[in-house]
Design a protein around this ligand. Structure first.
Ligand SMILES: *[C@@H]1O[C@H](CO)[C@@H](O)[C@H](O)[C@H]1NC(C)=O
Length: 224
């Protein structure tokens, strides 16, 4: 075998190894990798530094208070309580997380996507009209009215929403297939970006008058 071949093999292996470390949620290469902010004497895996495993303890894997209803007095009438790697550092590299969502009557969890996670949601109280839209060119809308005990899935990356169509508060819990699913709320990202997107771009994209776009860009886009 030539030296050239060996070199190329090495390069390919290195490329594979580094993408393994940085690109994917699942398949951790160790039992635990408790995320810490201190880079000293730590290893960088899946976007976070890992705590020395000998120093890890049960509290690194613990969160309390998800039984407490949250205040939904805000412009959209819903509040998301995330439980991901930022709340439970022990979730790092494990490819899973959780949320509680509270909805006021007619409260909305507005159209958004999770760029890194599929979501499976269960309704504990109330009635939710939920849906997601598939990618181009079909843009098919899948919807369902969910009652207590009903479960629905929002596939990774697709725009989805939940709307409380009942007269009472609603509560849902959801699991997500990433320790750091990310959220892009469509209206906030498009009309509330910092700095604002050139209104000519949005006027053309949405086939709207520039005055309407400027008005939308002046709104306060609440982050629930
Ligand atoms: C809920 O939030 C609103 C707006 O911030 C506030 O006025 C209200 O007092 C809060 N309610 C409770 C019960 O904390």
């Amino acid at each position: 075998m030539s030296k050239g071949f060996h070199f190329l093999t090495l390069v390919a292996l290195l490329a594979l190894t580094s993408s393994f470390v940085s690109a994917y949620d699942p398949s951790p290469l160790q039992d635990i990798c408790v995320a810490i902010n201190d880079p000293k004497s730590a290893v960088f895996v899946n976007g976070k530094f890992c705590k020395d495993p000998k120093l890890a303890n049960a509290n690194d894997f613990f969160f309390s208070g998800l039984n407490i209803p949250r205040n939904t007095s805000n412009p959209v009438g819903s509040t998301v309580t995330p439980v991901n790697v930022d709340q439970i550092p022990g979730l790092n590299t494990l490819g899973i997380s959780f949320v509680r969502i509270d909805y006021a009557p007619y409260g909305l969890n507005p159209p958004h996507t999770h760029p890194r996670a599929t979501e499976i949601l269960v309704v504990l109280e109330g009635t939710l009209y939920v849906g997601f839209v598939t990618s181009n060119p079909d843009n098919r809308l899948f919807t369902k009215v969910l009652n207590k005990g009903d479960v629905f899935v929002f596939p990774i990356g697709l725009i989805h929403f939940q709307f409380n169509v009942g007269h009472t508060n609603a509560v849902a819990f959801a699991g997500l297939s990433s320790q750091n699913p990310g959220v892009i709320t469509i209206a906030n990202a498009v009309f509330g970006s910092n700095p604002p997107i050139n209104p000519d771009v949005l006027a053309k994209a949405f086939q709207l008058d520039k005055k309407v776009i400027k008005n939308l860009q002046k709104q306060f886009w609440y982050n629930n």
